[in-house]
Design a protein around this ligand. Structure first.
Ligand SMILES: [Mg+2]
Length: 250
């Protein structure tokens, strides 16, 4: 891949295993603090069904402003809906599950094994940035937990920009900050819809990272996202971060 000057990474499930951390956290949380009479497996199913119902509402005016600032309110509402499905209305248990899930998810969050090597090598030759969707507090917490701040020349967080990928404004800001031409910027991301398609349309190069483990706990089918037949192809598809090195470092 020729002519790249700046590399933007997505965070969750690109640099770190967010869904793996989420799944481990849900199991532990429901095991330790779930109401009696329900197995953690049953509760994860309720969590997944509540997520499918509630996730679309998070972008509505009732929830989005709160979600941008902090994940706390929407995470608690999600847990309230989980318990409601089980005919339990208990604010104390709701709060305990929401808090413990946040704590455990952060405790389980890990960079992919090749992330530090790749960031170190790329940092010698390119500007490096992060573009991540999610609440400001949670995304800042993840960056701190993972210890990657020193690698990053620019960090763009949905909760701080008040808009997220795939909005064009995000790519406008990120391009201006990178200080180079659109075709000199590479986006590395796991989500076709949020990271790759909008970057292609904007004129950036793209590396779509696809791992078999990239499946949310709420997914109905245990298969990673695929590209719709009528949508444009990324510049490259890769299976791990380390595949970037031979492409970018001569
Ligand atoms: Mg992601």
């Amino acid at each position: 891949m020729q002519g790249i000057k700046f590399v933007y990474f997505d965070l969750d499930d690109t640099l770190c295993g967010y869904w793996d951390a989420s799944k481990a956290a849900l199991r532990t949380t429901f095991e330790l603090h779930g109401p009696e009479g329900f197995t953690p497996e049953e509760m994860v199913i309720h969590w997944a069904e509540a997520y499918r119902e509630y996730a679309p509402l998070i972008k509505t005016p009732e929830w989005y402003p709160q979600y941008l600032a902090s994940g706390d309110v929407t995470r608690k509402e999600h847990m309230r809906r989980v318990l409601e499905r089980m005919e339990i209305l208990d604010d104390e248990i709701t709060q305990k599950l929401a808090d413990h899930y946040r704590f455990q998810r952060n405790a389980n969050l890990q960079l992919f094994p090749d992330a530090i090597t790749v960031l170190t090598e790329l940092k010698k030759r390119f500007g490096i940035g992060l573009i991540t969707n999610g609440p400001a507090d949670i995304q800042r917490e993840e960056i701190a937990t993972l210890g990657i701040e020193d690698f990053l020349d620019h960090v763009w967080i949905e909760g701080e920009m008040l808009e997220g990928k795939p909005k064009v404004g995000v790519f406008d800001r990120a391009t201006a900050a990178a200080g180079c031409e659109r075709e000199e910027i590479l986006m590395v991301g796991n989500s076709y819809g949020h990271d790759i398609e909008p970057a292609i349309r904007y004129g950036w190069k793209t590396a779509w990272i696809r791992r078999p483990s990239d499946v949310p706990p709420s997914a109905k089918h245990a298969e990673p996202e695929s590209r719709p037949a009528d949508k444009p192809e990324p510049t490259v598809e890769i299976g791990s971060l380390s595949e970037l090195l031979p492409l970018l470092v001569a």
